[in-house]
Design a protein around this ligand. Structure first.
Ligand SMILES: C[S@@+](CC[C@H](N)C(=O)[O-])C[C@H]1O[C@@H](n2cnc3c(N)ncnc32)[C@H](O)[C@@H]1O
Length: 269
């Protein structure tokens, strides 16, 4: 018998695609309706073929049974999605924690997997608001994608990325450029962007605070544990690690004490 053709995006029935959208949004993932349906279908079909499944029916069965696959799909569909103050309560908690700490020596904060730069620029806002504690802050930001790093360096964002920025900070930190917003040069020069693959064997830079949010979800369990082990090596005792709200320390919890478990803020032991 000839092999059936590979599953492609246009093979989804309306019901199948609707159910996948409902599963993703119930898990706090992307709202599928906000995006181009053909493009999303194509990417889900790619995932189905990657898993060597024959079509949408067995993939839906997998999604219903396996929360990790729902997270993985959500990550694959929202590769570079980010925004300023993503999860505002996390940044509020982080700001309070940082304000309590007085450091005698310069600090390095690292946004690992920084996408378009929203996260490290948010750190630059936090550094700007810090009471003077006698220490300088250097902010570095990395991503595996050169293309997204170019975008990050340009500092130009559309309004949806700024929806959690207060009106005061919008006016103070951005200039309007056509329909977009460009972050002021004072902050653009504050963040140093560099290409870095977290799965590469090269050593990680040392840092006092590491944000690695909504990046581990792209990796399998062994890769996540390897990355977490290397973060532990990059941080001094007392250094901070912040993960995304859907991410965990897996079995690397022994390296870290939770400072705010709900916000996924941990301290290196
Ligand atoms: C969903 S974005 C997260 C952005 C930001 N951290 C946030 O929470 O808003 C995930 C980013 O991780 C990056 N990424 C994926 N695999 C990576 C890797 N192996 N090393 C470094 N960055 C990676 C992607 O290019 C993407 O920009």
């Amino acid at each position: 018998m000839p092999k059936p053709p590979p599953f492609v995006g246009s093979d989804f029935t309306v019901e199948e695609f609707t159910e996948i959208g409902a599963i993703l949004s119930a898990a706090g993932g992307m709202i599928v309706e906000h995006y181009n349906a053909a493009c999303i279908k194509r990417r889900i079909a790619l995932r189905i073929r990657e898993l060597q499944l024959p079509g949408a029916v067995p993939y839906l069965a997998l999604l219903r049974a396996d929360a990790d696959e729902v997270q993985r799909l959500s990550a694959l569909l929202s590769l570079h999605v980010s925004m300023f103050y993503r999860d505002p309560t996390t940044f509020a908690a982080l700001r309070s924690l940082l304000a309590e700490r007085s450091q005698a020596r310069p600090q390095r904060w690292w946004s690992a997997g920084c996408a378009g730069g929203e996260e490290p620029y948010t750190l630059a806002f936090l550094a700007d608001r810090r009471p003077v504690l006698g220490s300088q802050v250097e902010i570095v930001a990395s991503d595996v994608s050169l293309e997204i790093l170019d975008k990050a360096r340009s500092g130009v964002f559309n309004a949806t990325h700024l929806s959690k920025v207060s009106a005061v900070e919008q006016a103070r930190h951005f200039s309007v450029v056509g329909r977009d917003y460009q972050i002021n040069a004072r902050f653009r020069t504050k963040v140093q962007f560099f290409q870095h693959d977290l799965l590469d064997a090269a050593p990680y830079p040392a840092a006092d605070l590491i944000l690695c949010r909504y990046v581990l979800i792209y990796f399998n369990a062994a890769e996540q544990e390897e990355v977490l082990t290397r973060f532990a090596a990059a941080l001094p005792a007392g250094g901070l690690l912040v993960l995304g709200r859907t991410e965990t320390l897996r079995d690397r919890a022994g390296f870290f004490a939770p400072l705010n478990a709900q916000e996924r803020i941990y301290q290196r032991i």
